[in-house]
Write a protein of this length. Sequence first.
Length: 333
Amino acid sequence: MLRIHFTAEDLARTRVAATIGVAAEVYYSLELLRENRELPHLRTWRSAVAGRMGADTRPLTCLVPVRGPGLDLLALMGDVPSLDHAVDNLLHAPVSRLRRELEGLDFHPQHLPWARQVSEGDREARQQLAEAVRACHRLTVEPYWPQGRSELVALTTRCANLMLEGGIDLLLRSICAPLVRWRPPVLEAPYPRRVEARLQGRGLIITPTVFSKHPVSFLWDPLDPSQPPRLTVPALRRSLTGSEPAEADGSAVRDLESLLGRTRAAALRVTAEGCTTSELARRLNVTAAAASQHARVLRNTDLITTSRRGGSVLHFITPLGLALLRAGALREP
């Protein structure tokens, strides 16, 4: 049983995240494949993906321990939704962090030399690991992300509505009920072992996930005790199936671009993956000021949401924006 104890300060600082980040979703998908656990929503996904791992994915798959805790890619690559941003975080992670994340994990003996090479910060090893993350993403996540992203947006929007209707109390009473129970001031959830967690004024980040081997997980960073812990909750409500991007006819694309303007329509497409203002500017090949202006217009028309994360501003598409995007099947800028 997991029991999370809240103070008034914790309740005030509790929030809902848009995503746990692309790197964690990739790693969670590999753990699901390793454990061969039967999850109805992921049965179709598993049958399509299982057995397709190859040499390009091996630098990462061999770092999935045979048992016990796994590699914390969330700590190494961050909770960013952009794969390029996550890979850049990995390539620049401190060696001390790499060592801490890999030490004590139960790797197969034949993979220990590779794990040691990565933990020592070898530049070529890091690059190989980064490319393997990309390869695993292409196989296990990317084909299924349109649906996964849609369900993440739906859940975070529902959480936002609960907060507006009844504040944090209604959110905690409703999130994953009846699996998770809110008995003020304690949130209870099933867990493999008994854990009494005290947030100590840091609050809690409720984080929906697409790929997760547990109904709920409680995550915290022992190297940075100032950061709030996370409670992950499942976002999927239907079977996860892959889909090819819809081919829009030219008139649908032109109509949507006429409605929003070509650059703003492209901006909406970029926010479907989640992005910072600087990433939006780079993808659109415009200045940061212009990207901020496009984001402001999209936000004011409820097509995207904007939140601050550390020193960055993160933009994420809303269900309305996603519906508009699907109607026009916008192409990559």
